[in-house]
Design a binder for this molecule. Structure first.
Ligand code: CA
Length: 224
């Protein structure tokens, strides 16, 4: 589960991110509202932890822009000013929950878990690359209207490529995302899975959407 934290208090951001990583989340941290908005738009995060008072663009506006884009990513707002007004406004702009600073780390983790559970149940964050559709929650995969059955590892490799749709993903990065960090085997295992993905996702549909970038890795494109 990948989270985005938009928080300009660097020490607080660092402490929270370190704790969340220990809980097993991947956490991207940015310190500016504008950057937060761009980052949130660029990647299908499982949730966003969003401070209100931020340089660049305040948290209310970041939230509003994301909702206007149609994003349904669960947003937990951090309200610093500590008043009913802020909290009401946080929810008005489309945040799912808020937490008043100062808060305890334990409470943050609990609220985040609740948010992810709710978010996971009602709005799975599906990935799309062209007419390929992957739902990381149910592990279902479709090409156009056709269901495609993938094994767990095939799905995970497809997901790693789709998350970076259009960009080259290095074999080592796929290993990092799909296999355990402790994996010490041959990185060429990725080739085996890419081959079976092509057999299932491309060949039957007359496509060629998983490109090999020699010496680097693979790129999933919408169509080729
Ligand atoms: Ca702040």
């Amino acid at each position: 589960m990948r989270l985005l934290m938009v928080e300009d208090e660097r020490r607080l951001a660092h402490t929270l991110a370190t704790g969340l990583r220990k809980e097993g989340y991947a956490v991207d941290v940015v310190h500016n509202g504008l950057e937060g908005l761009e980052t949130a738009r660029a990647y299908p995060y499982a949730a966003v932890i969003l401070d209100i008072m931020l340089p660049g663009l305040n948290g209310y506006l970041v939230c509003e822009h994301l909702r206007r884009d149609g994003s349904e990513v669960p947003i937990l707002m951090l309200t610093a000013k500590n008043g009913e007004y802020d909290e009401a406004e946080a929810l008005d702009t489309g945040a799912d929950d808020y937490l008043s600073k100062p808060f305890s780390y334990v409470v943050l983790v609990a609220r985040l878990r609740a948010l992810l559970r709710r978010g996971g149940a009602v709005r799975p964050i599906a990935l799309r690359v062209g007419d390929l559709w992957l739902d990381p929650v149910s592990k279902r995969c479709r090409r156009g209207a056709a269901d495609v059955r993938l094994t767990a590892k095939e799905f995970a490799v497809a997901e790693a490529l789709a998350r970076h749709g259009g960009e080259v993903v290095a074999k080592a990065d796929i290993i990092d995302e799909v296999w355990d960090h402790a994996y010490a085997g041959d990185v060429n295992i990725v080739e085996v899975y890419v081959r079976s993905l092509r057999r299932k996702l491309d060949v039957p549909f007359g496509r060629n959407t998983i490109e090999t970038v020699r010496g680097v890795g693979y790129r999933m494109v919408a169509d080729a």
